[in-house]
Ligand binder design. Structure first.
Ligand SMILES: Cc1ncc(C[n+]2csc(CCOP(=O)(O)OP(=O)(O)O)c2C)c(N)n1
Ligand SMILES: [Mg+2]
Length: 572
């Protein structure tokens, strides 16, 4: 009979899980897994390890696994599991617990794990009966991947791991998600198709749920069939290529004058029908719920019934996004779509005009050779050099906004990973490492701010040791940019926290065995970036950037406090 630890390892192998993120603990489980050839990708910190698991799941399309110790290590899993919970990504965490005989006696590093994880998990339990090990492991994976996916935690008391357990049952499947591609009700689909076919000005808005459901191709087919323009939220970025003639680009709170969809804002204010797909209709994705007119008709396709109607009373399409879109397309094919086809030329002209406007208004900053470099120039350079199969990852803060606006998705095979569940600093590099582990052949480019990068420099050593070769582009403006500018916008002045000391990120990289370059000029940037993308090595480009640059957050350009503050700084 195997031990519980060995039985779990066999269970994972039977599910074709070939790697997990860990740092030795629970040791018995890790030893058993390594004995079976399951690779432990060793993180430096649990919050990075959990985020790697998030990135791995986003890119692989199946539930990932992270393991950790009880107590302090478990507390560090809370941030990444919270991000995964917010953006509906399945991660199973196996966390060691104190031995059962000393439970509730203030054992070393004993805490109330159930309370700890209660806000960031779909499912939490502890294994006490070794005979039921496979039942519990199965429950964790089922909870993580079914319905609206999310994290699950199974606590494994140290003594229980050593007990005898049965071998795993036959027929275990890889934990893919979404587990069940549920169809929305036929009557609702027909009604939605009628509304779309007869709409004067419809708009499809795709969120992260469309990416998770792998609905990009279905969405493109639907858009083409019924001449429907498709916008995405930041989490939906790239689900349809930005270059498609009906692609509006990212909408939300990034629609200031230099925003990629700025020219569509007025048009969006006049939509009469909005089809939301896989979207939480959250604050940023809707610009504080101001984007769409309140008298529009809303249709909402989502796997989570509780999200439908949260912010917009909607025709309810409860179901898997990809299946639902295919069903909608089938229903539309039965209808007269001449009204939609007649609108198409004006619509594509409107979108093309908005894009041309963006190209013109941003030409100066995108092509600027001035030093310190403009972040728009850096993002534009990444966009130009971006391979068709690349994965772009951004950290929170400005990096996410630069990437959403200034790096174009040109093919369905590219992926964009933004930590928009929590917008927590430091997610960029570990998300990138998880993405690289899931798809080793893809070039992974990670855009981070200097403040956010400081949360996780240590994982550069992980990248080198684990051969997870990524390109990290640091926008080194030596400030907490978003924080500083937001405080000026809101309160007229920043606190003393926002200016950072000088950090040589190239030296940090080389100290960890990665390549590192300090970049001052556009010529250096292009040369180093094109080399780094094809180099089988982790490379950090420490790009010295303009601290006055801020991205197209709606309303910021119109804020006198910010523009005056920046002008004053220049004079002094
Ligand atoms: C974990 C965490 N702490 C604090 C914040 C608040 N915050 C948002 S943006 C920001 C500044 C980030 O600076 P940096 O990473 O250098 O990016 P920049 O805006 O300068 O490009 C801060 C402190 C956050 N989002 N997450
Ligand atoms: Mg910064």
């Amino acid at each position: 009979m195997p031990t519980v630890a060995a039985a779990i390892a066999e269970n994972l192998r039977a599910r074709q899980i070939s790697e997990f993120f860990g740092q030795s603990l629970p040791s018995l489980l890790v030893l058993a897994a390594e004995d079976l050839g399951i690779r432990q990708i060793v993180y430096r910190t649990e919050n990075a390890g959990g985020t790697m698991a998030d990135g791995f799941a986003r890119v692989s399309g199946h539930c990932s696994v992270v393991v950790a110790q009880n107590g302090p290590a478990a507390t560090l899993l809370v941030p990444p599991l919270t991000e995964a919970a917010k953006v509906s990504i399945p991660v199973v965490a196996f966390v060691q617990d104190v031995p059962s005989p000393i439970r509730n006696k203030n054992a070393f590093q004993e805490i109330d794990h159930q309370s700890l994880f209660s806000g960031c998990t779909k499912w939490f339990d502890r294994l006490d009966d070794p005979a039921r090990v496979h039942e519990y492991v199965d429950a964790a994976f089922r909870a993580a991947t079914s319905g609206r996916p999310g994290p699950a935690v199974l606590m494994l008391p140290k003594d229980v791991l050593e007990l005898d357990a049965p071998a795993p049952p036959a027929g275990l499947d890889r934990p893919v998600f979404p587990l069940d591609r549920i169809r929305p009700p036929e009557a609702a689909v027909r009604a939605a198709a009628q509304l779309l076919a007869g709409a004067e000005r419809p708009l499809v808005v795709a969120g992260g749920g469309a990416v998770s459901a792998d609905a990009g191709a279905a969405l493109a087919r639907l858009s083409d069939l019924a001449s429907l323009p498709v916008a995405t939220t930041p989490m939906g970025k790239g689900v349809v290529p930005d270059t498609a003639d009906l692609s509006v680009g990212v909408i939300g709170n990034y629609m200031g004058p230099h925003g990629v969809s700025h020219g569509m804002r007025e048009w969006i204010a006049g939509v009469d029908t909005v089809l939301l797909v896989g979207s939480r209709t959250n604050e940023n994705g809707t610009d504080g719920w101001t984007l769409f007119p309140s008298n529009a008709t809303f249709l909402h396709l989502d796997i989570d019934p509780t999200e439908i109607g949260r912010n917009y009373p909607s025709l309810r399409l409860v179901g898997d996004v990809r299946t639902g879109i295919d069903d909608l397309a089938a229903a539309l094919r039965e209808l007269d779509l001449s009204k939609r086809s007649a609108e198409r030329p004006a619509l594509t002209t409107q979108i093309a005009r908005s894009r041309a406007e963006f190209e013109t208004t941003t030409a100066a900053v995108r092509t600027s050779t001035r030093q310190p470099l403009r972040p728009e120039r850096v993002a534009d350079e990444i966009s130009t050099l971006l391979p068709d199969d690349a994965i772009v990852v951004a950290d929170a803060s400005y990096s996410s906004i630069w990437a959403a606006n200034y790096i174009r998705a040109t093919t369905h095979s590219q992926r964009f990973l933004l930590p928009r569940g929590m917008a927590g600093l430091g997610w960029g590099l570990p998300l990138a490492l998880g993405a690289k582990a899931a798809r080793p052949s893809a070039p992974v480019i990670c855009l981070v701010g200097d403040g956010g990068f400081a949360h996780c420099w240590a994982e550069l050593e992980t990248a080198v040791r684990e051969h997870l070769d990524v390109v990290v582009v640091v926008l080194n403006n030596a400030i907490l940019g978003y924080q500083k500018h937001a405080e000026i916008v809101q309160f007229g002045r920043p606190t003393s926290a926002v200016e950072l000391g000088h950090v040589d990120h190239a030296q940090i990289a080389t100290a960890c065995g990665a390549h590192g370059h300090t970049i001052h000029t556009d010529v250096e940037l292009r040369e180093a970036l094109s080399k780094a993308i094809v180099d089988p090595a982790t490379t950090v480009l420490d790009v010295i950037t303009d601290s006055d640059a801020y991205p197209p957050i709606t309303g910021w350009d119109a804020n006198r406090a910010l523009t005056d503050h920046l002008a004053d700084q220049k004079l002094n």
